[in-house]
Design a protein around this ligand. Sequence first.
Ligand code: ADP
Length: 292
Amino acid sequence: MSSFEMSQIIKPSNRQNEEYKILQLLGKGGFGTCFKVENQIGEVFALKAIKKQAFGQNLTEVLNEANIHYKLEHPHIVNLYDVFDDSDFVYFRMELCSSQSLFDMVVNRGELTESEVRLYMIQLIDAVGYMHDNNIMHRDLKLENIFLSESLDLKIGDFGLSTELNSMDERESTPCGTLPYMAPEMLTPEVGYRFEVDIWAIGVIMYIMLFGSMPFGQDTDSMLVSQILNADFEFPSDVEVSHAAKNLISAILNPEYDERLTLSEIRHHFFFRGPTPTQLPTSAFRKAPNFD
Ligand code: ADP
């Protein structure tokens, strides 16, 4: 458990009368270790501890993540309540997502029903639209970064690679994120990219939720890149998925970023005319609910 112990008390260096007791290890990421913690009045949170030493003197990457995440307040974005430190660590105190991630749910279930996918797509589009309206690109949307609350509501997290665009025509050129989710224009630096890369990732996420496999999954990176650049994917025949869902995925995974559907166009696609629950039962994390 790195250098932390169960029941250990964490006290922010510059706050009096504030302390958090470690209850459980939630998971380890590239830079941080995340714990379930409890304050003195029994409120529970997720606390991500990031070792300062791992960043040397340069904590700007961590602070970039905190600054961007702090600005965002939305029912489908993990809430970042506070950032503090002690001598060795920077801590992010966040909303606890106790039902793990969409990745874990898809691993348990194999694939989700179309009704569930409609609900999660609506929540995802709503949150990403809010980020984009605030000029923020997430750049690492994937199942592992989509957390689930206790009641299985979707919450986007991990803003470690996100960035804020400052002008209407600014384009980024540095590829970043997770290759199977990367948009073609991100892999062609001379083109540059903007918010449409997050929309591409939403298409990949929708495909994985429905089919339980990756649209782009070649063995070598160079084969994967060429597959993505050509939007060369197929729909597996062994999973029954509607024409409406396949039509929507194909329109999102358009390699031409300026012809790709916008978030509003996605939301108005005929796929969303099908039945949509307002909430999933918690049992849906392991077993298909009875909607379809
Ligand atoms: P990194 O940015 O270093 O990759 P993450 O933000 O992905 O770290 O967090 C690491 C792990 O901690 C995640 O995989 C997840 O298991 C857990 N985790 C992160 N945030 C939360 C949260 N808000 N609620 C519950 N678990 C979380």
